[in-house]
Design a protein around this ligand. Structure first.
Ligand SMILES: N[C@@H](CCC(=O)N[C@@H](CS)C(=O)NCC(=O)O)C(=O)O
Length: 207
């Protein structure tokens, strides 16, 4: 299997964490690719040119959630993605993914030069994200045992990590202690620490 990724993509990060948690790293070749490069090896695989993309023989998966479900199956473990039928879990996972999407749109807009940024978009994303942080603070508590590496929880954990990396929603820890304790449990895990975003790994094609 090959996973096409960029080091700071939160969606690809979730897949890397899941592969690691399942002991599949030796079965997974990581292929770092540039984004928005028409000559990239990614484009023939996935016309959208987004990461993550997972290939296994002829199979090409280009959605992080599907990649995680496939890795669950490969590892022979119970699905860590919500299964249709368990609708409350599906609803929670959708909310977590929508939060990650909002954080991603916000951070992408901030990677544009200042004169190109849309104040409207920045305001919309900030409002959504801050509202969701308050919501998660209401419903999440630090896990009693080892934090569950479900797709839902990883969406929230990596999204909060992206906010920290881009220094957004500053001081959220003091305003939202319950969420801070929940995130702290994930941050303490070596498997999470191994993939934190770094300035050195910023993709060259950032527009
Ligand atoms: N729905 C996709 C979203 C993937 C996505 O948006 N990836 C971003 C990187 S974080 C990307 O490749 N964007 C293409 C670009 O910025 O040109 C998933 O969950 O995997």
């Amino acid at each position: 299997m090959k996973l096409y990724y960029t080091p700071n993509s939160p969606y690809a990060r979730i897949c890397r964490i899941v592969a690691d948690a399942h002991g599949l790293t030796n079965d997974l070749e990581l292929v770092r690719v540039p984004l928005r490069d028409t000559t990239s090896t990614l484009i023939p695989l996935s016309t959208m040119g987004r990461v993550p993309v997972l290939t296994d023989g002829d199979l090409v998966l280009s959605e992080g959630r599907h990649i995680c479900a496939y890795l669950d199956e490969k590892a022979g473990v119970a699905p860590k993605v919500a299964t249709y039928g368990d609708w409350p879990a599906v609803a929670r996972e959708a909310e977590a993914l929508a939060f990650l999407d909002a954080v991603t749109v916000w951070t992408r807009e901030l990677r544009r030069s200042e004169d190109e940024r849309s104040p409207f978009l920045l305001q919309v994303e900030e409002e959504q994200v801050v509202r969701m942080i308050a919501h998660f603070d209401n419903i999440l508590k630090a896990p009693a045992g080892s934090p569950a590496l479900t797709y839902e929880n990883l969406c929230i954990a990596v999204a909060m990590s992206s906010l920290d990396f881009y220094e957004l929603a500053a001081n959220w820890r003091s305003g939202y202690p319950s969420l801070a304790a929940w995130v702290g449990a994930y941050e303490a895990m070596p498997i999470i620490q191994d993939s934190v975003p770094t300035a050195a790994a910023m993709n060259l094609f950032t527009r």
